[in-house]
Design a protein around this ligand. Structure first.
Ligand SMILES: [Zn+2]
Length: 401
């Protein structure tokens, strides 16, 4: 038996007036998702615990059966492994954005989506000023997303850092890292000093001068946030006795997969955007199933369409995922298989940000009789045989053979 888990990031949504009060999932032409629902069983999965902030870090942990309250330790440690950064048990990893400060306030969390190449030069300058190998280490990542590792700092929960995407228009001074416990005062001061000092280093950097000359936002401040220690997750193999692989363009998802002991598969042309290589991901999934029992395929595009609040684009990403990825897998696989389709969380067009409602899921497997649900969407799944589940239920149901 082979197991396939497909997540369309942020696919779930609210009814949209322009779609005749249908959700994008209800409006989309997605015969393969509907076949999974019609042949299998459906339900709702609560992926965001009440005390957690809705986002893919929390939700992907939940989907894979890891309680986010225990294992979701922060964006920093969850993303770091996919950049090859090794963390010891007492190290803290921060996500370190390159951001834009204007008139003393945070104006853009991504420095106008600065490119990887430009940001690498800026991080190199920061590294030169602050890097002390074995203590303070900076690592360049993708676009505006970089890393700051503090070796032998093990109280990240005692420093309050504000995610820059939640602080747009807010004065930098109001949202600087702040110690909330006595063990972290010195480290919080260090973070504030480095943020402060980065202003001077980045202001006159040739990359920023060139960006400003072409009317682009400068990357003029570093912003550490999402700090935490690496989670000690039991692997999927140790929990379920199966070999697994993950296919995603997103560092966060690959990082969680790597802690879970999954094989990390990189697909050429997998971008995390609308132009992603759907067929390439499908083919990679089929290939991965030759040596793995479970393959987890993650597609970021619907989430991005939700963030830019484009309902037509969201419908298209769902249709592309259905036809070019799901259909391609389902039409080509020759062995008996179980397959699950779901979003990780909703990213409603109405708000353009993540929300916490339970998500619809459908699982088709030889060991499940159909429950009468005919389509895969938020409304139909409510009538499914599984009703509302949480924790590791989804993965246990999928693997229940
Ligand atoms: Zn998102």
């Amino acid at each position: 038996m082979k197991f396939i888990l497909v997540v369309g990031d942020g696919m779930a949504d609210y009814p949209i007036p322009e779609l005749g009060n249908k959700t994008p999932l209800q409006a989309a032409n997605k015969p393969n998702m509907d076949v999974i629902a019609a042949k299998g069983r459906s339900g709702l999965l609560k992926t965001i615990p009440d005390e957690s902030t809705p986002g893919s870090d929390t939700a992907i942990c939940s989907v894979l059966g890891y309680d986010p309250r225990i294992y979701c330790t922060g964006r920093g440690p969850l993303e770091a492994p996919s950049r090859g950064i090794k963390l010891g048990p007492n190290d803290t990893a921060y996500r370190c954005n390159i951001i834009t400060e204007e008139k003393g306030a945070i104006s853009d969390y991504s420095a106008g989506h600065i490119t990887t190449e430009e940001a690498a030069e800026l991080i190199a300058a920061i590294k030169k000023a602050y890097d002390k190998q074995g203590k303070i280490e900076f690592y360049a990542g993708l676009d505006y997303r970089h890393f700051l590792i503090l070796r032998n700092f093990s109280n990240p929960e005692q420093i309050k850092c504000t995610p820059p995407h939640d602080a747009r228009g807010i004065a930098v001074l109001e949202v600087l890292p702040k110690a909330t416990g006595r063990g972290a005062e010195k480290t919080a001061q260090l973070l504030r000093d480095m943020i402060d000092g980065s202003r001077e280093i980045l202001k006159s950097h040739p990359v920023n001068i060139a960006r400003e000359m072409s009317s682009k936002l400068p990357g003029n401040l570093i912003w550490p946030w999402g700090g935490g220690k690496k989670p000690s997750m039991p692997t999927i193999e140790s929990k379920y006795g199966i070999k697994s692989a993950v296919i995603s363009a997103v560092d966060l998802v690959k990082g969680i997969g790597s802690y879970a002991g999954m094989e990390i598969i990189t697909v050429e042309g997998a971008t995390g955007l609308y132009n992603t290589n759907y067929e390439g991901k499908a083919d990679a999934a089929l290939e991965a199933l030759k040596t793995n029992d479970l393959v987890f395929v993650h597609v970021e595009a619907p989430d991005e369409a939700g963030h830019v609040r484009d309902y037509k684009l969201k419908v298209k990403t769902i249709e592309d995922l259905d036809k070019r990825l799901l259909g391609r897998i389902m039409n080509s696989i020759s062995e008996p298989y179980a397959i699950a389709i779901l979003p990780d969380h909703p990213t409603p067009i109405k708000t353009g940000t993540h929300s916490r409602e339970p998500v619809p899921f459908s699982i088709a497997a030889p060991y499940f009789k159909a429950d009468g649900v005919r389509a895969f969407d938020e409304v139909s799944a409510k009538k499914g045989a599984f009703s509302l589940v949480e924790n590791d239920y989804l993965i246990s149901l999928l693997l229940s053979k």
